[in-house]
Write a protein that binds this ligand. Structure first.
Ligand code: MLT
Length: 395
């Protein structure tokens, strides 16, 4: 059996499906077309053709615009888009905060985020995918800042100032006790851009688009995405990564090399290294190492992360079975968040989700409204072979 896709001709086979492909978590299967981003195993992710490194220090809103419009905005377009997002962010959030305050602190921050997304949908959805997507992007800072403040017990919600800008307002509303807000803003602006999208096949994106294909609204679809992201094999890996870097307990490269060898001998994971698709250092990690040099070069955990970058790669490369021994996006992100005042790693996946909501929402808008001449992608239904067999039995 063959499957066809985005080659020159619609009938051109992409590859042959064999029994070996079954139960592999859809590895290697093209599911659909994606216009927002592309992941190259060697050069990493690009957004609408721009390598992520070229976008990392742009205004976050410019990159959100790119996701939705498939081109970067000029100055006037950017100003207009920022004003639009600010207007969408200006909503009565008192019900949202009351709802958040009723949630149990035993719930993981991702549980809070998912619940909050459903609340926003129940109180604000319009049933128009583009409207809902842009409203959601604009209102996520209020939700995520609420999750941080209320669950951490930092105090009452801080009134929103949408005119500050999406990430700047988020930092303002979080009001992280003791944080250097200038450093946090610089970090989170780039963090937001780097985590926004990663092709269409990762679990959270795939799940959200699958749920939306049944015509569920953006809020439920993104809640499903975030449930996907919350797993330790996906987005929650960034939380485990900082815990791993903390557990290393030294900045000495030789001790670190030994520790990596010992962990591998004991079949323990080296968090932050390897990736399902990438076969080189993730450019999102490269940018974050660079940012770390600027923001927190002397921080001991950052020193540990740098030594791991050198020594873990060296040791992992010795094993020919390891397809990718290089750092991924999570290798150093937690270290930078920690050095900027966000010290509780339980919240890191929420920050990942905060950003990924923009990319996935843009992909859902494409699937629902733009593909197949505006008809939208069909409802996801994977049992092609079984249907064929049923048809044979019935005939
Ligand atoms: C990532 O950002 O690296 C992903 O969402 C994980 C993946 O691509 O599978």
């Amino acid at each position: 059996m063959t499957t066809s896709g985005t080659g020159n001709s619609a009938d051109e086979p992409l590859f042959t499906i064999t029994r070996k492909h079954l139960n592999t978590g859809l590895r290697g299967f093209p599911v659909g077309t994606v216009r927002t981003s592309r992941v190259d195993p060697h050069t990493g992710v690009s957004y609408v053709g721009y390598p992520v490194g070229d976008l990392a220090f742009l205004d976050p809103e410019a990159v959100v615009y790119l996701m939705f419009h498939k081109e970067l905005p000029n100055e006037a377009q950017l100003a207009d888009f920022k004003a639009q997002l600010a207007a969408r962010a200006d909503f009565d959030a008192s019900g949202l905060h009351a709802f958040l305050s009723s949630l149990p602190r035993t719930g993981h921050p991702m549980d809070w985020l998912i619940s909050g997304l459903m609340y926003l949908g129940m109180t604000g959805k319009t049933e128009d995918y583009t409207e809902d997507a842009l409203n959601l992007v604009a209102r996520t800072p209020e939700l995520v800042a609420g999750v941080f403040r209320q669950r951490s017990g930092w105090g009452d919600p801080i009134p929103s100032k949408p005119e500050l800008g999406l990430v700047e307002n988020f930092v303002h509303m979080m009001g992280v006790p003791g944080a250097d807000e200038t450093r946090l803003r610089r970090l989170l602006r780039t963090f937001y851009v780097l985590h926004m999208d990663h092709g269409g096949g990762n679990l959270s994106t795939f799940s959200g688009k699958a749920v939306a294909s049944g015509l569920a609204d953006i809020y439920s679809s993104l809640a499903a995405s975030m449930a996907g992201l919350s797993g330790p094999r996906h987005g929650r890996a960034n939380q485990n990564c900082l815990n791993f870097v903390r557990s290393v307990g030294t900045t000495d490269p030789d001790e670190i090399e030994q520790l990596v060898r010992d962990r591998l001998a004991n079949k323990q994971l080296i968090f932050g290294f390897g990736h399902a698709v990438l076969r080189a250092e993730d450019p999102r990690a490269t940018i974050q190492y660079l940012l770390g040099q600027q923001l927190c070069a002397d921080d001991p955990l950052f020193q540990t992360a740098l030594a791991l970058r050198e020594r873990a790669v060296k040791v992992l490369k010795e094993n020919p079975k390891i397809a990718n021994p290089y750092p991924n996006v999570d290798a150093v992100s937690g270290t930078l968040l920690n050095a900027s005042g966000l010290t509780d790693s339980d919240y890191y996946t929420v920050l990942f989700g905060f950003s990924r909501i923009a990319g996935i929402s843009a992909q859902i808008v494409d699937e629902r409204l733009n593909f197949r001449g505006g008809k939208g992608v069909a409802i996801y239904r994977c049992s092609f072979k079984a249907e064929q067999q049923d048809a044979r039995r019935l005939s």
